[in-house]
Design a protein around this ligand. Structure first.
Ligand code: 8YV
Length: 311
């Protein structure tokens, strides 16, 4: 008999097809009344497949007595309680490494978009405004100071790409990394030094709202904030105030505190570039992530060691 698993969000069609071939899949996000659904199915559900940005709410995990594995289609595990999983003997896997390049690539895209105003230029041409005048000037990307907050796999991949821009690079992170780049003790000091502050740290209670008004003021009126990590690292209302008041020059954001809901205040600002959490969203990378999700589930249900286990 195939195992019953709970799917918490839509996934790429090839992954959904492969899951359906292996398991009895229940699409929780389309299940109607969650209480009725759980009353009928909870006791049979042995696995959960979910996105990194969704994880599994603690209340839901607590209502799944037969839960054995949570397979995250993403690298971030901030929305899964790993300590509780360990306590219960529930295994957890994620998809590290395969998405590093794409996230770093999008960070570069956001940096260039924000500094060189690519989205505004695009709109300028499409709206037929070019004959009536040129855009205001942008700012240089090359030979600027880039402060990277979070210097793990993704932060380091961003730094490697920025080398191509003859950039000055520094970082701040929980622990020192073996690298020639200077390390700042605090994010505020890094922001003070940097022209562009790139957020690439993982979300945790310690990093919640760490990019606050003080850090933004340290970044200053010529500084730009780029976030490809998680919205929870940025105090969004402090960011909106700073952008509206010109206390920082601009922001390029792929992630938001309450996504997919984005505060409307962002929509009237001309100094922002906004993308819908798409840093890992390429065919190639989503396929590689899907392969890892399946490899972890297959290994678990075959009693083998999982290739990318967190717990
Ligand atoms: C994905 C992510 O958008 O890896 C992560 O942690 O947030 C992203 O890669 C998401 O997990 C897709 O399900």
């Amino acid at each position: 008999m195939t195992a019953n698993i709970l799917q918490l969000c839509p996934l790429m069609p090839a992954l959904e097809k492969a899951l359906n071939e292996r398991f009895t899949v229940h699409r929780f996000f389309e299940a109607g009344d969650p209480d009725e659904f759980l009353a009928e199915h909870a006791e049979r559900l042995r696995g959960v497949v979910t996105g990194g940005h969704i994880g599994i709410p603690a209340e839901l995990a607590a209502r799944l007595p037969a839960l054995e594995i949570v397979a995250i289609n993403g690298v971030g595990f901030d929305k899964v309680d790993l300590a509780e999983a360990k306590r219960r003997g529930v295994r957890v896997s994620n998809t590290p490494d395969v998405l590093t390049e794409d996230v770093a690539d999008l960070a570069i895209g956001l940096i260039v978009s924000a500094l060189r105003q690519i989205p505004r230029g695009h709109e300028h041409v499409r709206a037929g405004r070019w004959p009536s005048g040129d855009l205001a000037l942008g700012s240089k990307v090359s030979r600027r100071r880039y402060g990277i907050f979070g210097f793990g796999r993704i932060g380091q991949a961003i730094a490697r790409r920025l080398e191509g821009f003859d950039a000055e690079i520094a970082y701040a992170s929980r622990s020192a990394v073996d690298t020639p780049y200077p390390r700042f003790d605090s994010v505020a000091d890094l922001a003070e030094w940097a022209d562009v502050l790139v957020v690439a740290a993982s979300a945790s209670p310690e990093t919640r709202n760490i990019i606050d008004a003080q850090v933004l003021d340290a970044l200053g009126p010529k500084g730009v904030l780029v976030n490809v990590a998680r919205g929870s690292l940025v105090d969004e209302s402090a960011l909106l105030d700073a952008l509206e008041q010109g206390r920082i020059a601009g922001a390029a954001l792929d992630v938001f505190a309450d996504e997919p809901r984005v505060p409307e205040r962002f929509f009237t600002l001309s100094n922002v570039v906004l993308t819908p959490h798409m840093a890992s969203a390429t065919h190639e990378t989503r396929q590689a992530m899907a392969d890892l999700v399946l490899a972890n589930l297959d290994a678990h249900f075959a009693g083998r060691e999982m290739p990318t286990a967190l717990v």
